[in-house]
Design a protein around this ligand. Structure first.
Ligand code: SAH
Length: 257
């Protein structure tokens, strides 16, 4: 319920959650790119322990689950996403080995060397690529994998408008080559990297926004915070259309040395 006493911060948090919960995915990606990344991960068995950090409502986790054996745990900060995730797992009859819990990717409750695979699509930026990899690596067993997507520059030079936008939004954005160095320094051998095709943004992400925005605005007429959220999302989509040759999401797959 929105009341006059709701702080703008709480309102924003609740609204952001509601906006993204209505979409099938919360970041750019696709089932075929999830499967492509998974094809580089070998050695999984029914005893494997897999984490999906920042799993959202879990569309990529269900693809993972349908194409691996082993136990999969999704972890996300937003309870509403976790509830949708668990309902999806149940619908797909995967709930005996696929569960999500509310938690933070920077406070993991696992033993060192316990995990076979850490998956994370479009989420590590929440704790930062370098900090995330350096923290997560300890939980992986030797030879364990990390497979994640992260925004990266695709060119050496960029127009000021998009450079400024990303410096403000996520100053850790960098070239693929520099990201690889960060990953190697965290203790990983690089198995492969590949750029997600534009359709992962345009058809699988921004197209979902257009539908979500209509519903969202009609549910919150005259709500300034809701309008601002939609404006921000539209601005981001406009920037992607204009500057998509300069940046993209990249799958990074590494193996703990
Ligand atoms: N992997 C999903 C969601 C990506 S959006 C997909 O590709 O569709 C980023 C997700 O990270 C959101 O679901 C958000 O709730 C979650 N998140 C943000 N901060 C987090 C944190 N500290 N720990 C765990 N999840 C977090």
């Amino acid at each position: 319920m929105e009341t006059e006493n709701t702080s703008i911060h709480d309102l924003d948090f609740g609204l952001i959650c509601e906006y993204f919960a209505s979409m099938e995915r919360q970041g750019p990606g696709s089932s075929s790119m999830t499967l492509k990344a998974l094809s580089y991960v070998t050695d999984l068995s029914e005893n494997s322990k897999i984490l999906d950090l920042g799993c959202g409502t879990g569309s990529q986790t269900m693809v993972l689950a349908q194409n691996t054996l082993g136990q999969i745990m999704g972890i996300d900060l937003f309870e509403e996403f976790v509830n949708i995730f668990n309902a999806n797992a149940e619908k797909l009859k995967l709930n005996h080995r696929v569960t999500a819990i509310v938690g933070s990717m920077d406070k993991l409750d696992f033993r060192p060397g316990e995990i076979d695979l850490i998956w994370s699509e479009g989420a590590i930026y929440n704790m930062g690529f370098e900090r995330g990899l350096n923290y997560w690596v300890d939980f992986l067993k030797q030879g364990g994998y990390v497979a994640l997507t992260e925004v990266a520059w695709l060119t050496i030079d960029r127009p000021a408008e998009i450079e400024d936008f990303w410096q403000d939004a996520y100053s850790e954005i960098d070239t693929i080559q520099n990201k690889i160095i960060v990953m190697q320094n965290a203790g990983f051998e690089i198995i492969t990297t590949f750029v997600l095709p534009e359709a992962c943004w345009l058809d699988n992400f921004y197209a979902l926004h257009i539908k979500a925005q209509k519903q969202f605005l009609s549910k919150h007429p005259n709500n300034i915070a809701a309008q601002k959220l939609v404006e921000n999302e539209k601005h981001e989509a406009m920037l992607y259309a204009k500057y998509k040759q300069y940046y993209g999401y990249v799958f990074f797959i590494g193996r703990k040395l």
